[in-house]
Design a protein around this ligand. Structure first.
Ligand SMILES: *[C@@H]1O[C@H](CO)[C@@H](O)[C@H](O)[C@H]1NC(C)=O
Ligand SMILES: *[C@@H]1O[C@H](CO)[C@@H](O)[C@H](O)[C@H]1NC(C)=O
Ligand SMILES: *[C@@H]1O[C@H](CO)[C@@H](O)[C@H](O)[C@H]1NC(C)=O
Ligand SMILES: *[C@@H]1O[C@H](CO)[C@@H](O)[C@H](O)[C@H]1NC(C)=O
Ligand SMILES: *[C@@H]1O[C@H](CO)[C@@H](O)[C@H](O)[C@H]1NC(C)=O
Ligand SMILES: *[C@@H]1O[C@H](CO)[C@@H](O)[C@H](O)[C@H]1NC(C)=O
Ligand SMILES: *[C@@H]1O[C@H](CO)[C@@H](O)[C@H](O)[C@H]1NC(C)=O
Length: 422
């Protein structure tokens, strides 16, 4: 059956095996079933990692507090450590005031009735996170070029930014249109914003469209690399596409595979490939000849929230409130392991990057988005009669994803301050 309605980008990260172990410990489960809805309903599902409930239990109850995340020079306040608090004025735009709001993320248009999820804002433990200020943002990025490099979650992030900026200025979209890699221009501020489609950061060739691919882990994806000399700010992400069947190459040689289960090939775990891809990508930024001094943020893994089944087995995400700290226990989850790898690669790049004048920072959203099972479209995203698939991966607009841009602005301000001090 053809499902051309689904965007090419659309893919769902599934957290399966949602089980209650004593109390509610939803994200302990690392039984991940990741699939892709592309043109065909379903090509293959790869049982990623089957764990016994005992293993899950062990992981859940082994309290792993992640080490303090470096967020810049300000050591007193880790803006990523805190909690969600209720605030009726939390959302800064709606589906009427944002002219660029994409249909897919317009959850209210598609019948979402509960509204509480837009009324929460992030409160860091030891300071305030200022709400997004479009004018302040545009002043900082005046004359600059910013690129979001990644998959459909990176797109989600840009879409939020566009809505937030539209309070001040609606950009001109530049043609010719590459649907997955659009460019916007903000004339008054001479600011250029790019979204560059690069689901692996490294070079890849698809064997089947939106499914099996060959990944060249030590070669960067030219799609973004060729643009790098124009770019001042990079927001880099990716992780979801590493959960499909992918063949891995290094030095041009096939070294193994993800989720193949082929006798003659070594099966790698996704975090190994992910780490190598980030190392290659960040290393390329540091080695770039003819580039400016670039500030790079790695946006850490954005978790999905399927409950009671995987994306293609009726899984849903209809909660209407955030999880509290007590309800969450993500310490031992595979997602947190992937996040850690991303952070380690940033730290490595940071050490190597100071010589080149580059800066590397972390947009550490994984844990705080784990707390937001209420932020996804769930069933409220498709309007043309395709039923049965819920989106518990992307985020409604407005919604908790807007916070990513509060962080971005806070970090840009800090960046600006540290440059001024030089
Ligand atoms: C946390 O950091 C400390 C000191 O930097 C180190 O000794 C420890 O092993 C780290 N713990 C983890 C879980 O990474
Ligand atoms: C906008 O959102 C409201 C709910 O806030 C909803 O009733 C309406 O249908 C939406 N309209 C459009 C055009 O998206
Ligand atoms: C816009 O910014 C670019 C640098 O990104 C600069 O080369 C160009 O001269 C600027 N144009 C105007 C009109 O200020
Ligand atoms: C591995 O085995 C499969 C069949 O199971 C075969 O199609 C493939 O070519 C083999 N790959 C290598 C590298 O030998
Ligand atoms: C969860 O799934 C099970 C089958 O796996 C089903 O019996 C149950 O009704 C589902 N629960 C909800 C709340 O849909
Ligand atoms: C979520 O959906 C399940 C299954 O349809 C239902 O049993 C449950 O009551 C719903 N929860 C909320 C909060 O709507
Ligand atoms: C940046 O510097 C200004 C002026 O010194 C100060 O008021 C502001 O708090 C600083 N912002 C950050 C994020 O450090």
């Amino acid at each position: 059956m053809k499902l051309s309605l689904f965007s090419h980008e659309f893919h769902l990260n599934t957290i399966d095996g949602f089980q209650k172990i004593g109390r509610v410990v939803p994200f302990a489960s690392s039984l991940l079933l990741i699939g892709i809805i592309s043109l065909l309903i379903y090509h293959s599902s790869n049982n990623y990692k089957a764990m016994t409930s005992q293993q899950q239990y062990a992981l859940t109850h082994q309290k792993q507090v992640p080490n303090h995340t470096h967020t810049g020079d300000n050591e007193e306040c880790d803006i990523f450590k805190g909690h969600w608090i209720q605030d009726p004025n939390a959302y800064l735009y709606d589906n009427l005031s944002c002219p660029t709001l994409p249909d897919w993320k317009n959850c209210f248009k598609h019948g979402r009735k509960d509204r509480e999820f837009v009324n929460w804002r992030w409160k860091p433990e030891n300071c305030e996170l200022p709400r997004f200020d479009a004018k302040a943002f545009l002043k900082i990025v005046q004359g600059k070029t910013m690129a979001f490099v990644g998959d459909s979650l990176a797109r989600n992030h840009v879409e939020s930014l566009l809505c937030l900026l539209s309070r001040e200025l609606v950009p001109v979209q530049k043609g010719p249109e590459d649907e997955k890699s659009p460019t916007w221009y903000f004339p008054l501020y001479n600011f250029t914003l790019l979204k560059i489609w690069s689901p692996f950061l490294v070079k890849y060739k698809e064997r089947i469209v939106n499914d099996n691919a060959d990944l060249y882990l030590d070669e960067v994806d030219n799609k973004w690399a060729e643009k790098l000399p124009e770019i001042d700010y990079v927001i880099m992400s990716d992780n979801h596409w590493f959960f499909r069947k992918n063949y891995l190459y290094e030095h041009g040689n096939l070294i193994g595979c993800l989720h193949c289960g082929e006798q003659n090939l070594t099966d790698f775990e996704p975090h190994i490939a992910l780490g190598k891809a980030f190392r290659t990508a960040l290393g390329h930024i540091n080695g770039c000849k003819g580039c400016k001094s670039i500030v790079t943020w790695v946006r850490t893994l954005s978790p999905g929230h399927f409950e009671n089944g995987s994306w293609n087995a009726g899984g849903f995400c209809n909660r209407t409130r955030p999880f509290s700290e007590e309800e969450l226990n993500v310490g031992g989850s595979y997602e947190m392991q992937l996040r850690k790898i991303q952070i380690e690669e940033v730290e490595r790049a940071r050490k190597e990057g100071t010589m080149a004048g580059n800066r590397f920072e972390i947009l550490d959203i994984t844990k705080l988005m784990f707390m937001r099972p209420d932020g996804h479209p769930n069933s409220h995203w498709h309007s043309h009669g395709v039923k049965g698939y819920n989106d518990c991966v992307h985020w409604c607009l407005p919604g908790p994803v807007d916070t990513w841009n509060d962080f971005l602005l806070a970090m840009l301000r800090k960046e600006l301050n540290s440059t001024l001090k030089l």
